[in-house]
Design a protein around this ligand. Structure first.
Ligand SMILES: Cc1ncc(C[n+]2csc(CCOP(=O)(O)OP(=O)(O)O)c2C)c(N)n1
Ligand code: SF4
Length: 299
């Protein structure tokens, strides 16, 4: 892992002029991921906020080739790119599929599951802003219980978030990791590593979104840190079936010093209607998941 930020590739692959909102966690993640992936990378993406960030042809602030595809077919288009590059003897180019949670948890799960089962040689990244944000914050199956969205405007979302990492784990793929732009060294390191591994690699990114989560844009990094420090979004990787915590989560697992999840929830307007029972249930779900991960470390 690079010891400090100065060890990170200094080249910028996103130039000024992106159309993402102020304080967007997606832009932060994308900046560090592209620095790690460097040249010899092709991105494929569906309709989503990343597509807005990429801009409209013929102008874009992004310096790697990118293909726009339809909503449900990110992994299918990545599979096609991999096959095409192999036919052209250009298998050294890394294909990176990047999609939001709506395009992954809901719409694109079939194509992703198929490609993962075949072990297709690409990196799939789900950037999880926990809703259909590009179209105005509709609920997805990644939206947490208790959140207000434009399709759960009164009662809040009643169901817990789908455990998508568990679904990906069941595919026994080459590499799985979680990462957060609030911990850029950890994120950078995981993309450098993923680029070297062959087969299907899945990286799940926690992406705070100021308008959708209802908090001031200046707080993005703080919100991302709280997600990790409360144990809601632990940093880990699973390589050849072996689970290990990384970065801040590794220290916390050793020291047992997680913050209460309310510290994270209270900073966001989307949780303002959460009642005491939902809060209790939320904390219980986070605790149970954390215990499950601790048991995996021991396996
Ligand atoms: C088949 C299809 N249905 C609906 C849409 C409209 N649409 C465009 S972007 C989007 C939201 C995407 O959500 P997500 O994948 O979570 O990415 P985010 O917008 O949050 O970045 C929707 C519903 C579409 N483009 N195609
Ligand atoms: S809606 Fe959220 S994820 Fe989309 S560009 Fe704006 S801040 Fe980023």
């Amino acid at each position: 892992m690079p010891e400090n930020l100065f060890k990170i590739n200094s080249k910028e692959y996103i130039l000024p002029g992106s159309r993402a909102c102020q304080g967007c966690g997606l832009s932060l993640f994308y900046r560090y991921a592209l620095k790690a992936l460097r040249e010899n990378t092709i991105v494929t993406l569906p309709a989503c906020c990343l597509c807005v960030l990429q801009g409209l042809y013929p102008s874009t602030p992004v310096c790697v080739p990118a293909l726009n595809n339809s909503f449900a077919s990110t992994a299918a288009s990545a599979s096609g790119l991999v096959a095409g590059l192999r036919a052209l003897n250009k298998a050294d180019i890394t294909v990176v599929a990047i999609a939001g949670d709506g395009a992954t948890f809901d719409m694109g799960i079939q194509a992703l599951s198929g490609a993962a089962e075949r072990g297709t040689d690409f990196i799939y990244v789900c950037y999880d802003n926990e809703g259909y944000m590009n179209t105005g914050t509709q609920r997805s199956s990644a939206t947490p219980m208790g959140a207000l969205t434009t399709t759960t405007p009164i009662l809040t979302k009643q169901q817990p978030k789908k455990d998508f990492l568990k679904i990906m784990e069941a595919h026994n793929i080459a590499y799985i990791a979680t990462a957060s732009p609030s911990y850029p060294l950890d994120l950078y390191d995981k993309f450098v590593k993923a680029k070297k591994i062959r087969g299907t690699r899945y990286i799940h990114i926690h992406v705070p979104c100021p308008p959708g989560w209802v908090y001031p844009p200046k707080d993005t990094v703080k919100i991302g840190r709280l997600a990790v420090e409360t144990g809601l979004f632990p940093l880990f990787e699973i390589e050849n079936g072996k689970f290990r915590f990384t970065g801040r989560s590794k220290t916390q697992a050793e020291r047992g010093n997680r913050l209460p999840v309310v510290n994270y929830l209270e900073k966001q307007g989307r949780f303002r209607k959460m009642d005491a029972e939902q809060l209790r249930q939320f904390q219980a779900n986070v605790d149970a998941k954390w215990e499950e991960y601790l048991r995996k470390v021991e396996e």
